[in-house]
Structures are given as C-alpha cells and as structure tokens.
Write a protein that binds this ligand. Sequence first.
Ligand SMILES: Nc1ncnc2c1ncn2[C@@H]1O[C@H](COP(=O)(O)OP(=O)(O)OP(=O)(O)O)[C@@H](O)[C@H]1O
Ligand SMILES: [Mg+2]
Length: 251
Amino acid sequence: MQTRRILERDRRLAMANEQLRELDTLKTNFFSNVSHDLGTPMTVIKAAVDNMLDGIAGAVTEKQERYLNRIKANADRLSNMIRDLLDLSRIDRGQTDLLQLNLAKIMVRDVVGETVDDFRPMVEEKGVGLRFEGTDAYAMVDREKLVRIVVNLVGNAVKFTDEGEVSVSVKPDGRGFVQTIVKDTGKGLPKEELDKIFEPFHQVKGTMGGTGLGLPIVKQFVELHGGRVWAESAGQGTGCTVTFTLPEAKS
Ligand SMILES: Nc1ncnc2c1ncn2[C@@H]1O[C@H](COP(=O)(O)OP(=O)(O)OP(=O)(O)O)[C@@H](O)[C@H]1O
Ligand SMILES: [Mg+2]
C-alpha cells in the first residue's frame, strides 16, 4: 500500500517535472524568437533615421534634428536591450557557440582602464570621483565582451552613486585569476539582494529606470570565460563592491 502511494507520487512528480521542462523550452524559444523579430524593424528604423540625419530626405531643421537624435538614441537603447535578450536566451539554450567568443590574449588592465575612461565626462557631471589602478596581468578574453562587462558594472556604480567615488582596480589574485574590483560609495543594497540582482529583470525595490538585464549579462559573460562574479555590500547606504575574475594567461 505504502509502496504504491510512493510510486504514484513519484509518477506525478516526474510528470510535473516534464511539464515544467516543456514550459521552460517554450519560454526560451519565445524569448529568442521575439528578440530576434524585434531586431529587424529596429535596424530599419535606425537606418531611416540615419538617412534623414544625413539629409538624404531633404534639409533638416535644427528642431527636427533634435527630435531625430532622440529617436536615434532611444533606438540604440532598444537595440542594446534586444541584443542582451538574445544573448541571454542563447546562453539559456546552451547555444553558447552562437555567442562566438573571439578569444585573444589581452592585458586586462588596458581594456578595463580604457573603458573606465569613457565614463569620465559622466562622473564629472555628477560630481563623483573616478579612480583606476591596474597591475599587469594577461587573460584570454573576448575584448568586446570584456568591454560590455565593464560598461555594465561601472555604469551601475556611477548610476547608484551620488556622493563620493567609484574606484576600479585590476590585479592578479595569486590563485590563477585576474580580479577586477568595481567599488562605489553609493546607495548599496541589502544582503538578501546580493545574489538576486544577477537574475534577469531583478531590481532592488525603489530602483528607477533600467531593465535589470545588465548583471545577468555580466554573469553569463564572465562564466563563459571561466570566471566568477559576486557582489558585496554592508547594507543600504554603505556602497557596493562587485568583483569578477578571469582565468589568468601566462605572459
Ligand atoms: N552598484 C550598485 N549599487 C547599488 N545597487 C546596485 C548596484 N548595481 C546593481 N544594483 C542593483 O541591482 C539591480 C540589477 O542591476 P542590473 O545592472 O542588472 O540592472 P539595471 O541597472 O537596473 O538595468 P540595466 O542594467 O538593464 O540598464 C539594479 O536595479 C539595482 O537595484
Ligand atoms: Mg545596470
């Protein structure tokens, strides 16, 4: 009797699991198709705006140019979001080969340092400090993906910091990895959020703007390279530190 009930329960559990798996596949395919289908019209919109800005459709007044530039900037934002969704769905489906990691031996501090520099105008406008220091270390990385990792992390640090500074450092950790630490003195976050923020669309309550795709992308890209990423914060109002590692390549 007991055995029959256990067998019956196991059978139902297996069925439920099977249904969940099917649902998951459906969700991932939907995700991927929608992101892909959104990409094509966005490309057309961007090309049309570019043509108008180039004067191909006739002279453009100053006011029209302002509007067109706003369309262009937001079309770019949408394109980036679509690209992130596509990348995430590819990783979700195990199609990591489609992500085409173009690995090359790179001096990590050079790429990180250059990317950090791009934020100088933004932090100056905010009145926040920006520091960078790097020690020599090589890693086999996809340069473009490393740039996207750093843009997302430093972008967050700057976005969530109104006072103080953002500091970025690169150094070997002595255990075969190159560590990049992005530290800010901004609003910080509660301990129970530290893992959740790496899940797609998760934003800490009260966060304004953004989509919640930056950190999931960072996590996937870092892990594709064989590294790790984690966040630390002593609580709200105490700043936040995000660290990622990349396997070190010998020089
Ligand atoms: N440096 C930070 N300080 C405080 N909170 C942070 C920091 N970085 C991330 N967070 C929290 O984690 C959430 C998720 O970050 P994530 O980068 O994935 O999304 P986002 O910045 O909100 O949007 P997106 O990156 O897609 O524009 C943020 O909404 C914010 O609540
Ligand atoms: Mg972000």
